[in-house]
Design a protein around this ligand. Structure first.
Ligand SMILES: CC(C)(COP(=O)(O)OP(=O)(O)OC[C@H]1O[C@@H](n2cnc3c(N)ncnc32)[C@H](O)[C@@H]1OP(=O)(O)O)[C@@H](O)C(=O)NCCC(=O)NCCS
Length: 214
């Protein structure tokens, strides 16, 4: 079985940042939120920021990866084809939703317009509760539709069912079908008109929830 789900760690951070860059390369929202110019070391900066968050939240934040054991490698992180960051808010309830700021290469106004409604919705519906939250899910474009995303979803759903907790996430258009097939239901659809930023169309993010099955 070449695809395996294992715990990821700080040694994977740079590969995870690379995966994130590649997975969102064709997303219409990426050039709106992060138009650049990007610093030459932006991957290293992103990797350091993610590793720091993992270190700072050792009881809540869980990094999972899917590795393809058939891929040749010098370091284990080179076999990483998909990644998820899950937050398990249990037994302590979730702290107030963090209002993240974005560094060089981002458009602060577009980031505010995009992320604030997402954060507001999560705070309004889930604020002060215990739940399991999917923060990131990305699969290397070369390895999509092989089941890696579903394996990473199963980890969080199993954990939520074990603890009797709901699952919450914010779905990109690319992720929505997978999440629906995992039993998540749309709570709210947040729309962003891209014409304000010189693009066409409306970008939709869905806040989704799944109640525990036991
Ligand atoms: C969303 C994403 C993580 C899915 O990862 P994946 O490893 O390809 O997912 P899986 O192979 O496990 O697919 C599981 C199911 O999801 C659905 N699905 C996944 N990608 C799909 C697509 N592009 N179009 C339609 N359905 C899709 C299908 O139902 C699929 O099952 P099937 O292949 O048996 O039909 C991946 O497309 C990705 O990284 N996208 C860019 C980043 C992103 O938007 N992440 C989600 C943020 S909320």
């Amino acid at each position: 079985m070449p695809l395996q789900l294992v715990t990821a760690g700080e040694a994977d951070a740079l590969r995870i940042a690379e995966l994130e860059r590649d997975a969102y390369a064709d997303s219409p929202i990426s050039p709106v939120l992060f138009p650049g110019p990007h610093p030459a070391n932006s991957l290293e900066l992103r990797a350091a920021q993610m590793a720091e968050f993992l270190r700072a939240n050792p009881h809540t934040v869980h990094w999972l990866k899917v590795v393809d054991t058939d891929l040749a490698h010098d370091a284990e992180s080179q076999q990483l084809v998909a990644f998820a960051q899950w937050h398990v808010y249990h037994p302590d309830p979730a702290p107030p939703v963090e209002r993240q700021t974005f560094g060089p290469g981002s458009d602060p106004e577009a980031c505010h317009d995009f992320f604030s409604p997402i954060w507001d919705t999560r705070e309004r519906v889930m604020g002060g509760k215990t739940y399991v939250y999917l923060k990131y899910l990305t699969t290397d474009p070369k390895h999509q539709r092989r089941g890696a995303g579903r394996m990473l979803m199963k980890w969080g759903i199993d954990e939520a069912d074990r603890l009797g907790l709901p699952v919450w996430l914010e779905a990109s258009p690319e992720g929505k079908k997978l999440y629906e097939s995992c039993g998540l239901k749309v709570v709210e659809t947040l729309e962003m008109d891209l014409s304000k930023y010189g693009m066409t169309g409306v970008h939709r993010t869905c806040s989704m929830r799944r109640d525990p099955s036991n």
